[in-house]
Design a protein around this ligand. Structure first.
Ligand code: AMP
Ligand code: GLY
Length: 431
Protein backbone atom coordinates (compact mmCIF):
# COMPACT_ATOMS: atom_id res chain seq x y z
CA UNK A 1 0.00 0.00 0.00
CA UNK A 2 0.98 3.57 -0.62
CA UNK A 3 0.26 5.66 2.44
CA UNK A 4 0.25 9.43 3.04
CA UNK A 5 0.63 11.00 6.49
CA UNK A 6 -0.38 14.66 6.79
CA UNK A 7 1.39 16.81 9.37
CA UNK A 8 4.89 17.71 10.50
CA UNK A 9 5.49 16.96 14.17
CA UNK A 10 6.52 14.22 16.57
CA UNK A 11 3.06 12.65 16.31
CA UNK A 12 3.39 12.30 12.55
CA UNK A 13 6.89 10.89 12.92
CA UNK A 14 5.50 8.23 15.27
CA UNK A 15 2.74 7.42 12.75
CA UNK A 16 5.28 7.11 9.92
CA UNK A 17 7.61 5.00 12.11
CA UNK A 18 4.80 2.59 12.99
CA UNK A 19 3.44 2.40 9.44
CA UNK A 20 6.95 1.66 8.16
CA UNK A 21 6.91 -1.56 10.22
CA UNK A 22 3.99 -2.97 8.25
CA UNK A 23 4.75 -5.50 5.52
CA UNK A 24 1.66 -4.21 3.71
CA UNK A 25 3.12 -0.72 3.31
CA UNK A 26 5.35 -0.25 0.27
CA UNK A 27 5.72 3.54 0.25
CA UNK A 28 5.10 6.35 2.74
CA UNK A 29 4.74 10.01 1.88
CA UNK A 30 4.41 12.82 4.40
CA UNK A 31 3.06 16.34 3.74
CA UNK A 32 4.87 18.49 4.76
CA UNK A 33 6.85 16.29 7.20
CA UNK A 34 10.23 17.33 8.57
CA UNK A 35 13.82 16.23 7.98
CA UNK A 36 13.59 13.65 10.79
CA UNK A 37 10.51 12.11 9.18
CA UNK A 38 12.36 12.17 5.84
CA UNK A 39 14.48 9.28 7.16
CA UNK A 40 11.44 7.00 6.75
CA UNK A 41 9.08 8.78 4.37
CA UNK A 42 9.29 10.90 1.27
CA UNK A 43 8.38 14.40 2.45
CA UNK A 44 6.48 16.52 -0.05
CA UNK A 45 5.81 20.25 0.04
CA UNK A 46 2.45 21.29 -1.36
CA UNK A 47 2.30 24.97 -2.06
CA UNK A 48 -0.15 26.68 0.28
CA UNK A 49 -0.61 23.36 2.12
CA UNK A 50 -4.32 23.54 1.15
CA UNK A 51 -6.71 20.60 1.06
CA UNK A 52 -7.21 20.68 -2.71
CA UNK A 53 -3.45 20.69 -3.29
CA UNK A 54 -2.92 17.79 -0.89
CA UNK A 55 -5.75 15.82 -2.53
CA UNK A 56 -4.28 16.56 -5.99
CA UNK A 57 -0.94 15.18 -4.86
CA UNK A 58 -2.57 12.08 -3.33
CA UNK A 59 -4.49 11.43 -6.53
CA UNK A 60 -1.40 11.79 -8.69
CA UNK A 61 0.72 9.62 -6.39
CA UNK A 62 -1.98 6.91 -6.32
CA UNK A 63 -2.20 6.95 -2.50
CA UNK A 64 -4.23 4.05 -1.08
CA UNK A 65 -4.77 5.57 2.35
CA UNK A 66 -4.17 9.00 3.89
CA UNK A 67 -3.94 9.70 7.64
CA UNK A 68 -4.53 13.16 9.08
CA UNK A 69 -2.47 14.46 12.01
CA UNK A 70 -3.51 18.03 12.86
CA UNK A 71 -7.00 19.28 13.62
CA UNK A 72 -6.59 22.31 11.37
CA UNK A 73 -6.64 20.01 8.31
CA UNK A 74 -9.84 18.39 9.59
CA UNK A 75 -11.49 21.76 10.06
CA UNK A 76 -10.36 22.77 6.57
CA UNK A 77 -12.37 19.79 5.30
CA UNK A 78 -9.56 17.54 4.07
CA UNK A 79 -11.57 14.38 4.74
CA UNK A 80 -14.58 15.73 2.83
CA UNK A 81 -12.31 16.65 -0.09
CA UNK A 82 -10.71 13.18 -0.28
CA UNK A 83 -14.06 11.42 0.03
CA UNK A 84 -15.61 13.62 -2.65
CA UNK A 85 -12.88 12.27 -4.95
CA UNK A 86 -13.45 8.68 -3.80
CA UNK A 87 -10.11 8.44 -1.97
CA UNK A 88 -9.61 6.67 1.35
CA UNK A 89 -8.68 8.88 4.28
CA UNK A 90 -8.50 8.22 8.01
CA UNK A 91 -10.20 10.95 10.06
CA UNK A 92 -13.62 12.52 10.63
CA UNK A 93 -15.45 14.84 8.26
CA UNK A 94 -15.38 18.56 8.93
CA UNK A 95 -18.85 18.39 10.48
CA UNK A 96 -17.97 15.49 12.80
CA UNK A 97 -14.64 17.09 13.74
CA UNK A 98 -16.62 19.93 15.33
CA UNK A 99 -16.49 17.76 18.45
CA UNK A 100 -13.00 19.28 18.70
CA UNK A 101 -13.18 22.43 16.61
CA UNK A 102 -16.23 23.94 18.32
CA UNK A 103 -16.46 23.81 22.11
CA UNK A 104 -20.09 24.94 21.88
CA UNK A 105 -20.91 22.02 19.56
CA UNK A 106 -19.06 19.56 21.82
CA UNK A 107 -20.72 20.75 25.02
CA UNK A 108 -24.20 20.72 23.48
CA UNK A 109 -23.63 17.19 22.18
CA UNK A 110 -22.45 16.00 25.58
CA UNK A 111 -25.42 17.57 27.31
CA UNK A 112 -27.92 16.09 24.85
CA UNK A 113 -26.47 12.58 24.99
CA UNK A 114 -25.66 12.45 28.71
CA UNK A 115 -21.85 12.42 28.47
CA UNK A 116 -20.45 13.51 31.86
CA UNK A 117 -18.72 16.90 31.61
CA UNK A 118 -18.37 20.14 33.58
CA UNK A 119 -21.57 22.18 33.93
CA UNK A 120 -21.49 25.10 31.50
CA UNK A 121 -23.21 27.98 29.79
CA UNK A 122 -22.62 29.48 26.33
CA UNK A 123 -22.33 33.24 25.80
CA UNK A 124 -22.42 35.41 22.71
CA UNK A 125 -22.45 38.69 24.59
CA UNK A 126 -19.58 39.95 26.73
CA UNK A 127 -21.77 41.88 29.24
CA UNK A 128 -23.88 38.76 29.89
CA UNK A 129 -20.75 36.65 30.28
CA UNK A 130 -19.29 39.17 32.74
CA UNK A 131 -22.50 39.28 34.75
CA UNK A 132 -22.60 35.45 34.98
CA UNK A 133 -18.91 35.17 35.91
CA UNK A 134 -19.33 37.85 38.57
CA UNK A 135 -22.39 36.14 40.05
CA UNK A 136 -20.80 32.67 40.20
CA UNK A 137 -17.52 34.11 41.40
CA UNK A 138 -19.33 35.74 44.32
CA UNK A 139 -20.61 32.27 45.26
CA UNK A 140 -17.02 31.03 45.32
CA UNK A 141 -17.26 28.91 42.14
CA UNK A 142 -13.99 28.68 40.17
CA UNK A 143 -14.51 29.02 36.44
CA UNK A 144 -12.89 28.02 33.17
CA UNK A 145 -13.35 30.34 30.20
CA UNK A 146 -13.09 28.77 26.73
CA UNK A 147 -13.11 30.27 23.26
CA UNK A 148 -15.56 28.37 21.05
CA UNK A 149 -13.22 27.97 18.09
CA UNK A 150 -9.70 26.68 17.53
CA UNK A 151 -7.02 28.84 19.12
CA UNK A 152 -3.91 26.67 18.73
CA UNK A 153 -4.59 25.11 22.13
CA UNK A 154 -4.48 28.51 23.87
CA UNK A 155 -8.15 29.43 24.01
CA UNK A 156 -8.77 27.97 27.48
CA UNK A 157 -8.22 29.98 30.67
CA UNK A 158 -8.50 28.18 34.00
CA UNK A 159 -9.18 30.91 36.56
CA UNK A 160 -8.72 31.26 40.31
CA UNK A 161 -10.54 34.56 40.81
CA UNK A 162 -13.37 36.68 39.39
CA UNK A 163 -10.78 39.20 38.21
CA UNK A 164 -9.04 36.58 36.11
CA UNK A 165 -12.33 35.36 34.67
CA UNK A 166 -13.35 38.89 33.68
CA UNK A 167 -9.95 39.49 32.09
CA UNK A 168 -10.27 36.26 30.09
CA UNK A 169 -13.76 37.23 28.88
CA UNK A 170 -12.39 40.60 27.83
CA UNK A 171 -9.42 39.08 26.00
CA UNK A 172 -11.55 36.56 24.10
CA UNK A 173 -14.71 38.53 23.38
CA UNK A 174 -13.74 42.21 23.31
CA UNK A 175 -10.07 42.25 22.35
CA UNK A 176 -10.51 39.13 20.20
CA UNK A 177 -6.99 37.91 20.89
CA UNK A 178 -7.92 34.68 19.07
CA UNK A 179 -10.01 36.40 16.41
CA UNK A 180 -13.34 34.81 15.51
CA UNK A 181 -12.64 31.88 17.89
CA UNK A 182 -13.85 34.21 20.68
CA UNK A 183 -17.12 35.26 19.07
CA UNK A 184 -18.81 32.77 21.37
CA UNK A 185 -17.41 31.43 24.62
CA UNK A 186 -18.17 28.63 27.03
CA UNK A 187 -17.99 29.32 30.75
CA UNK A 188 -17.78 26.15 32.78
CA UNK A 189 -17.16 25.00 36.32
CA UNK A 190 -13.59 24.18 37.20
CA UNK A 191 -13.12 20.47 37.88
CA UNK A 192 -10.41 18.87 39.99
CA UNK A 193 -8.57 15.59 39.65
CA UNK A 194 -5.88 13.89 37.59
CA UNK A 195 -6.14 14.22 33.81
CA UNK A 196 -5.84 11.29 31.43
CA UNK A 197 -6.15 10.88 27.69
CA UNK A 198 -8.19 7.98 26.35
CA UNK A 199 -7.91 7.64 22.58
CA UNK A 200 -10.03 5.18 20.64
CA UNK A 201 -10.31 4.01 17.07
CA UNK A 202 -13.89 4.11 15.87
CA UNK A 203 -15.59 3.44 12.55
CA UNK A 204 -18.76 5.09 13.81
CA UNK A 205 -20.17 1.87 15.23
CA UNK A 206 -17.44 -0.09 16.99
CA UNK A 207 -15.07 1.57 19.47
CA UNK A 208 -11.61 0.17 20.17
CA UNK A 209 -9.91 2.12 22.97
CA UNK A 210 -6.13 2.37 23.04
CA UNK A 211 -4.03 2.15 26.19
CA UNK A 212 -4.62 5.27 28.30
CA UNK A 213 -1.89 7.90 28.42
CA UNK A 214 -1.04 10.93 30.49
CA UNK A 215 0.29 14.15 28.96
CA UNK A 216 2.35 16.82 30.79
CA UNK A 217 1.15 20.19 29.56
CA UNK A 218 3.09 22.64 31.74
CA UNK A 219 6.57 23.62 30.67
CA UNK A 220 8.37 23.15 34.00
CA UNK A 221 8.76 20.37 36.54
CA UNK A 222 6.05 19.94 39.17
CA UNK A 223 3.52 21.25 36.61
CA UNK A 224 4.74 24.84 36.89
CA UNK A 225 4.81 27.53 34.22
CA UNK A 226 2.64 28.09 31.17
CA UNK A 227 0.84 25.41 29.16
CA UNK A 228 2.62 23.98 26.13
CA UNK A 229 1.72 21.58 23.33
CA UNK A 230 2.91 18.83 25.70
CA UNK A 231 6.32 18.22 27.32
CA UNK A 232 6.09 14.46 27.69
CA UNK A 233 3.79 11.53 28.24
CA UNK A 234 3.63 8.01 29.52
CA UNK A 235 1.42 4.98 28.97
CA UNK A 236 -0.33 2.97 30.18
CA UNK A 237 -1.84 4.81 33.18
CA UNK A 238 -2.16 2.45 36.17
CA UNK A 239 -4.80 4.76 37.68
CA UNK A 240 -7.09 3.74 34.83
CA UNK A 241 -7.76 0.07 35.38
CA UNK A 242 -10.09 -2.20 33.45
CA UNK A 243 -13.19 -1.11 35.37
CA UNK A 244 -12.60 2.58 34.83
CA UNK A 245 -11.76 1.99 31.17
CA UNK A 246 -15.08 0.21 30.73
CA UNK A 247 -16.85 3.13 32.41
CA UNK A 248 -15.13 5.55 30.01
CA UNK A 249 -16.15 3.39 27.07
CA UNK A 250 -19.80 2.96 28.01
CA UNK A 251 -20.54 6.36 29.58
CA UNK A 252 -18.38 8.59 27.38
CA UNK A 253 -17.16 7.09 24.10
CA UNK A 254 -20.27 5.09 23.16
CA UNK A 255 -22.79 7.92 23.71
CA UNK A 256 -20.51 10.48 22.01
CA UNK A 257 -20.11 8.34 18.87
CA UNK A 258 -23.79 7.37 18.86
CA UNK A 259 -24.77 11.01 19.41
CA UNK A 260 -22.70 12.19 16.45
CA UNK A 261 -24.32 9.54 14.24
CA UNK A 262 -27.79 10.50 15.48
CA UNK A 263 -27.06 14.15 14.61
CA UNK A 264 -26.22 13.11 11.06
CA UNK A 265 -22.43 13.35 11.45
CA UNK A 266 -21.14 9.76 11.60
CA UNK A 267 -17.64 9.74 13.06
CA UNK A 268 -14.66 7.73 11.95
CA UNK A 269 -11.04 8.04 12.97
CA UNK A 270 -9.55 8.55 16.39
CA UNK A 271 -11.79 9.99 19.07
CA UNK A 272 -9.64 11.35 21.87
CA UNK A 273 -11.32 12.00 25.21
CA UNK A 274 -9.39 14.34 27.50
CA UNK A 275 -10.73 13.34 30.91
CA UNK A 276 -10.57 14.52 34.44
CA UNK A 277 -10.95 11.78 37.03
CA UNK A 278 -13.14 13.63 39.51
CA UNK A 279 -14.57 12.37 42.79
CA UNK A 280 -17.84 11.91 40.85
CA UNK A 281 -16.19 9.79 38.17
CA UNK A 282 -14.53 10.56 34.84
CA UNK A 283 -15.70 13.77 33.14
CA UNK A 284 -14.80 15.10 29.70
CA UNK A 285 -12.59 18.19 29.65
CA UNK A 286 -12.42 18.17 25.87
CA UNK A 287 -12.70 15.88 22.89
CA UNK A 288 -10.11 15.86 20.13
CA UNK A 289 -10.82 14.50 16.68
CA UNK A 290 -7.34 13.07 16.05
CA UNK A 291 -4.30 11.40 17.53
CA UNK A 292 -2.83 13.26 20.52
CA UNK A 293 0.62 14.79 20.58
CA UNK A 294 2.69 13.60 22.51
CA UNK A 295 0.36 10.71 23.49
CA UNK A 296 0.83 9.03 20.10
CA UNK A 297 4.56 8.86 20.77
CA UNK A 298 3.94 6.54 23.74
CA UNK A 299 0.84 4.69 22.51
CA UNK A 300 2.07 3.51 19.10
CA UNK A 301 5.30 1.96 20.45
CA UNK A 302 3.08 -0.23 22.66
CA UNK A 303 0.75 -1.28 19.82
CA UNK A 304 1.55 -4.73 18.55
CA UNK A 305 -1.13 -4.79 15.84
CA UNK A 306 -0.33 -3.66 12.32
CA UNK A 307 -1.38 0.01 12.32
CA UNK A 308 -2.25 0.12 8.64
CA UNK A 309 -4.68 -2.77 9.08
CA UNK A 310 -6.42 -0.92 11.92
CA UNK A 311 -6.58 2.33 9.93
CA UNK A 312 -7.97 0.54 6.88
CA UNK A 313 -10.55 -1.34 8.93
CA UNK A 314 -11.64 1.97 10.48
CA UNK A 315 -12.09 3.64 7.11
CA UNK A 316 -13.92 0.62 5.68
CA UNK A 317 -16.23 0.19 8.71
CA UNK A 318 -14.77 -3.21 9.59
CA UNK A 319 -13.59 -2.61 13.17
CA UNK A 320 -16.02 -5.24 14.48
CA UNK A 321 -13.75 -7.88 12.98
CA UNK A 322 -10.55 -6.21 14.17
CA UNK A 323 -8.92 -6.30 17.60
CA UNK A 324 -6.02 -4.37 19.06
CA UNK A 325 -3.05 -6.24 20.47
CA UNK A 326 -0.79 -4.45 22.96
CA UNK A 327 2.69 -5.11 24.27
CA UNK A 328 2.81 -5.80 27.97
CA UNK A 329 5.27 -2.91 28.38
CA UNK A 330 5.39 0.72 29.45
CA UNK A 331 6.46 3.73 27.40
CA UNK A 332 7.74 7.15 28.41
CA UNK A 333 8.45 10.04 26.07
CA UNK A 334 10.30 13.21 27.05
CA UNK A 335 10.12 16.30 24.86
CA UNK A 336 13.39 18.18 24.33
CA UNK A 337 12.40 21.78 23.65
CA UNK A 338 14.12 25.00 22.64
CA UNK A 339 15.02 27.40 25.44
CA UNK A 340 12.19 29.93 25.87
CA UNK A 341 9.45 27.65 24.50
CA UNK A 342 6.42 28.10 24.68
CA UNK A 343 7.37 31.78 24.47
CA UNK A 344 10.00 33.19 22.11
CA UNK A 345 12.82 30.86 21.17
CA UNK A 346 15.62 30.66 18.62
CA UNK A 347 16.06 27.95 16.00
CA UNK A 348 19.05 26.71 14.04
CA UNK A 349 21.05 25.33 17.00
CA UNK A 350 23.24 22.32 16.21
CA UNK A 351 21.94 19.11 17.83
CA UNK A 352 24.58 16.73 19.07
CA UNK A 353 24.27 13.02 19.82
CA UNK A 354 21.46 11.91 17.51
CA UNK A 355 23.62 9.44 15.58
CA UNK A 356 24.85 7.80 18.79
CA UNK A 357 21.25 7.16 19.88
CA UNK A 358 20.46 5.22 16.71
CA UNK A 359 22.25 2.27 18.32
CA UNK A 360 20.49 2.61 21.67
CA UNK A 361 18.19 -0.37 22.28
CA UNK A 362 14.63 0.44 23.41
CA UNK A 363 14.94 4.12 22.48
CA UNK A 364 13.28 5.83 19.54
CA UNK A 365 13.70 9.51 18.82
CA UNK A 366 10.75 11.11 17.08
CA UNK A 367 11.57 14.43 15.46
CA UNK A 368 9.14 17.28 16.15
CA UNK A 369 11.11 20.24 14.80
CA UNK A 370 14.48 19.53 13.20
CA UNK A 371 16.29 20.34 9.99
CA UNK A 372 19.23 18.65 8.31
CA UNK A 373 21.87 20.95 6.85
CA UNK A 374 25.39 20.13 5.63
CA UNK A 375 25.45 16.88 7.61
CA UNK A 376 24.25 18.52 10.84
CA UNK A 377 20.92 18.24 12.62
CA UNK A 378 19.59 21.68 13.57
CA UNK A 379 16.70 22.74 15.79
CA UNK A 380 13.73 24.02 13.81
CA UNK A 381 10.87 24.54 16.27
CA UNK A 382 9.78 24.96 19.87
CA UNK A 383 9.44 21.26 20.49
CA UNK A 384 12.48 19.67 18.86
CA UNK A 385 12.74 15.97 19.75
CA UNK A 386 10.66 13.33 21.53
CA UNK A 387 12.83 10.72 23.21
CA UNK A 388 10.72 7.61 23.73
CA UNK A 389 11.75 4.53 25.69
CA UNK A 390 9.90 1.23 26.07
CA UNK A 391 10.59 -1.17 28.95
CA UNK A 392 8.74 -3.61 31.20
CA UNK A 393 8.10 -0.94 33.88
CA UNK A 394 7.55 2.82 33.90
CA UNK A 395 10.61 3.16 36.13
CA UNK A 396 12.83 1.38 33.63
CA UNK A 397 11.36 3.25 30.67
CA UNK A 398 11.89 6.63 32.37
CA UNK A 399 15.45 5.71 33.36
CA UNK A 400 16.28 4.68 29.79
CA UNK A 401 14.68 7.80 28.28
CA UNK A 402 16.56 10.09 30.67
CA UNK A 403 19.88 8.35 30.12
CA UNK A 404 19.33 8.73 26.36
CA UNK A 405 18.62 12.45 26.85
CA UNK A 406 22.04 12.84 28.43
CA UNK A 407 23.55 11.85 25.10
CA UNK A 408 21.75 14.71 23.35
CA UNK A 409 22.61 18.40 23.48
CA UNK A 410 21.90 21.70 21.80
CA UNK A 411 22.32 25.28 23.00
CA UNK A 412 19.46 26.30 25.29
CA UNK A 413 17.84 22.82 25.35
CA UNK A 414 15.18 22.34 27.97
CA UNK A 415 13.25 19.28 29.11
CA UNK A 416 11.23 18.27 32.13
CA UNK A 417 12.99 15.95 34.58
CA UNK A 418 9.78 14.59 36.09
CA UNK A 419 7.87 12.97 33.22
CA UNK A 420 5.85 10.03 34.59
CA UNK A 421 6.38 11.26 38.17
CA UNK A 422 2.79 10.21 38.81
CA UNK A 423 3.82 6.56 38.57
CA UNK A 424 7.40 6.78 39.79
CA UNK A 425 6.44 7.65 43.36
CA UNK A 426 8.77 10.65 43.67
CA UNK A 427 8.45 14.41 43.18
CA UNK A 428 4.68 14.39 43.07
CA UNK A 429 3.28 17.49 41.41
CA UNK A 430 0.20 19.39 42.53
CA UNK A 431 -2.93 18.87 40.53
P1 AMP B 1 -8.42 22.17 26.64
O1 AMP B 1 -7.77 23.06 25.62
O2 AMP B 1 -9.89 22.12 26.60
O3 AMP B 1 -7.72 20.83 26.69
O4 AMP B 1 -8.01 22.78 28.04
C1 AMP B 1 -6.66 22.97 28.40
C2 AMP B 1 -6.46 22.56 29.82
O5 AMP B 1 -7.28 23.37 30.66
C3 AMP B 1 -6.88 21.14 30.13
O6 AMP B 1 -5.90 20.20 29.83
C4 AMP B 1 -7.15 21.24 31.61
O7 AMP B 1 -5.94 21.12 32.34
C5 AMP B 1 -7.69 22.63 31.78
N1 AMP B 1 -9.16 22.61 31.85
C6 AMP B 1 -10.03 22.69 30.83
N2 AMP B 1 -11.31 22.62 31.28
C7 AMP B 1 -11.23 22.49 32.62
C8 AMP B 1 -12.20 22.37 33.68
N3 AMP B 1 -13.49 22.39 33.44
N4 AMP B 1 -11.73 22.26 34.93
C9 AMP B 1 -10.41 22.26 35.20
N5 AMP B 1 -9.46 22.38 34.27
C10 AMP B 1 -9.85 22.49 32.99
N1 GLY C 1 -1.84 16.18 24.04
C1 GLY C 1 -2.80 17.16 23.78
C2 GLY C 1 -3.30 17.18 22.42
O1 GLY C 1 -2.89 16.43 21.56
O2 GLY C 1 -4.16 18.01 22.16
Amino acid sequence: MRVLVIGSGGREHALVWKLAQSSKVSKIYCIPGNDGIAQQAECVQVEGNNVAGIADFAQGARIDLAVVGPETCLSDGIVDEFEKRGMAIFGPSRAAARIETSKVFAKALMKKYGVPTARFKVFESAPEAREFAGRLGALGVSLVIKADGLAAGKGVVVTDSVGEALRAIDDLMERRVFGGAGRRIVIEERLAGPEVSVLAFTDGKVILPMVPAQDHKRVFDRDQGPNTGGMGAYAPVPLVGGGLMEEVRTKILVPAVAGLAAEGHPYKGVLYAGLMLTSEGPKVIEFNARFGDPETQVILPLLESDLVEVLEATVQGRLAATGLRWKDDCAVTVVMASGGYPGRYEIGKVIQGLDRLKRHPNVTVFHAGTRREKGNWLTNGGRVLNVTAVAPTHQAAAAIAYSALEELAFAGAHYRRDIAHQVLGAGKADH
